[in-house]
Design a protein around this ligand. Structure first.
Ligand code: SAH
Length: 213
């Protein structure tokens, strides 16, 4: 698949739709205008790539809605050079958005098929994460902690303790919590022992599962 002026036009429209839905961070919108989302999904869905929709990728997983990706990114207030841990690499679209914001990205995926596919694909189109990890996001990534921001892109039944421990003081964890429907939950580490919690509305993600062996 190629990237054409038609795709560029559709991306501009998508950015306008996201803006109307409340995405005001210009850096997030410009990432949406730039990243060729149609290359992240199966070519049979290409016509829908720039609608605000989720799609199947591989291994029964989905690429998140553009609005969800933009909302999570905007909420985390990612700054250049920050260390960000992403749990649920999936298609790599969210990873690309984080990289457009010039974060140093560590990303974990538990489905081997997706891990392989995305860790080969992203560098091919110019997106270089610091690390692609095949593993279990419930454990975080202790060897590279602490992180400025942690983003979870699968629905977690509870908040995994190791993730809280891997945040810098002042750092933020954004995680959808719940079965079925999830509440987008933001935790800010205000001191080594204290966290501030904010609930930011309902979302729907595929479940965060423990690693298959
Ligand atoms: N940000 C991705 C979202 C993909 S869906 C995108 O937009 O493409 C969520 C992803 O989380 C799936 O790829 C799923 O395999 C992965 N996942 C689920 N449980 C996980 C876990 N415990 N650790 C790491 N990844 C997990």
């Amino acid at each position: 698949m190629r990237d054409t002026t038609k795709h560029q036009g559709l991306r501009n429209q998508l950015a306008n739709v996201l803006h109307k839905k409340g995405i005001v961070d210009e850096k997030v919108l410009s990432a949406v205008r730039k990243i060729p989302r149609h290359l992240f999904i199966d070519s049979s869905f290409e016509d829908h790539a720039y609608k605000d929709k989720a799609f199947p990728i591989a291994a029964d997983q989905t690429i998140s809605h553009p609005y969800t990706v933009a909302f999570q990114t905007q909420t985390l207030e990612i700054k250049e050079g920050e260390k960000v841990l992403e749990i649920g690499t999936g298609s790599g679209y969210q990873t690309a958005v984080l990289l457009e914001l010039k974060a140093e990205v560590y990303t974990i995926e538990r489905q081997h098929e997706l891990f392989k596919k995305t860790s080969l694909f992203l560098p091919k189109i110019g997106y270089k994460a610091k690390r692609f990890v095949f593993g279990d996001g419930y454990k975080g990534l202790p060897e590279n902690a602490p992180f400025d921001k942690i983003i979870v892109t699968a629905g977690a039944p509870f908040i995994p303790k190791p993730l809280l421990g891997q945040l810098k003081v002042g750092g933020k964890l954004l995680i959808p919590v719940g079965d079925g429907t999830q509440i987008m939950t933001l935790l800010v580490r205000t001191s080594p022992k204290e966290f501030e919690k904010h609930e930011l509305g309902d979302f729907r993600f595929v479940p965060m599962l423990e690693k298959k062996n």
